[in-house]
Design a protein around this ligand. Sequence first.
Ligand SMILES: C[S@@+](CC[C@H](N)C(=O)[O-])C[C@H]1O[C@@H](n2cnc3c(N)ncnc32)[C@H](O)[C@@H]1O
Length: 417
Amino acid sequence: MTTQLSVSGIELELFRYPSRQESNLQAWDAADEHLIKHLIDTEQTAVSTAIVNDGFGALTAGLLSITPDWPLTLETDAKTSLLGTTENLARNQLNEDSLTWVNSRDELPQGIELVLMKLPKNLNYFSHQLKRLSQVLPAGTQVLIGAKAKSINKSLLETISRNLGEASASLTWKKTRVITCIADGKARSLPTTTNWSVSECKLQISNLSNVFAASKLDIGARIMLDNMPKGDFKSIVDLGCGNGILGLHAKQCFPEAYVHFIDDSEMAVASAKDNWALNDLDNPTLVGEQATFCWDDCLTHMNEGFRPDLILCNPPFHQGEAITDHIAWQMFLDSFRRLKNGGILHVVGNRHLAYHVKLQRIFKNCTTVASNGKFVILQAQKISKKAQEPELDTDSATDQTSDTPHPQSALYGKPNA
Ligand SMILES: C[S@@+](CC[C@H](N)C(=O)[O-])C[C@H]1O[C@@H](n2cnc3c(N)ncnc32)[C@H](O)[C@@H]1O
């Protein structure tokens, strides 16, 4: 795996997040290099700049290498981007003092004079981000969007023109192009949420634009709803919660339980929280809070005492554009570490992903609970004997631990209400 970015005299060492993932994936792509090269070729000065969708900080580190106090607003929906960027800045001795972080629902600041953006995979989310920019950018502001040449077509340029201002694409360099959009100064209204219901469970589901399976129930989630585990669960985690569908249904099945919703996407966490309220899931016979909603990377920052008895998980098999199984590995390893003795990890996956091999390796047991042609539901139980600690020097397992408590860690380990 290459970790040295070298373009137009800028030299950086960059890792994906978590940095210990065993994959050949790079922390940046040629579109990042193209954007940095474009700024250097055009002798761009360090005006107030927004960087949107910087994967693991290549653009941010690039600009800070040109001018160490370049005023930057960084917008991301992914916690792993925020954590990865922070690590990469420290690795390259770059100072964070001129940075302001926002997520994709926070208000963008006024006074932005330049925007650098990476084209995200989800085009509904992209349109949403353009509309957000249209609300704060004065007419004439330049927005530079880096993307693979094959992703750029007439319809994409029309989407940009419709939502922000006229757009045109550069010549191709390393199979990428830089799209230049000039904001027209007209504010667009933000899109509404996408709403649908799951009638069998009597659940209303509302989805912000960057939520997984925002337009309809995922088929993996569907078989999970039909095959919830049996038991007397008191502390349940919906790991990689998306809109929260699994945790919401778990609360219907186990009304005494406390549910922790966790996702890398801030919009997902916000949607899960909205859906909890929308479906009125607080059990009136219990006192106090019955759910937490955490924007986090797997279970990395849960506090030490956190010991759930059930973890529900429909793992992702990509990170941004990249297909990878390292997040599933990390979710399974984190689950093994955090579950209480006897606790259960209940997982759905496409049959060909062969999650049973990973679960067997980590938990030393794995049962098939249900299956259809395409999907399987697997269950692994934590049986805590020292001898059964998983080997962590696996080919692609991520041994992700943290000694640094998250500022909100007190929230994470709350006992059941
Ligand atoms: C296959 S989707 C499942 C969503 C939802 N549970 C469902 O069944 O519809 C996987 C989810 O994992 C989230 N995710 C990806 N990487 C993550 C990470 N490192 N930590 C926590 N969640 C992550 C994604 O944002 C996505 O919402």
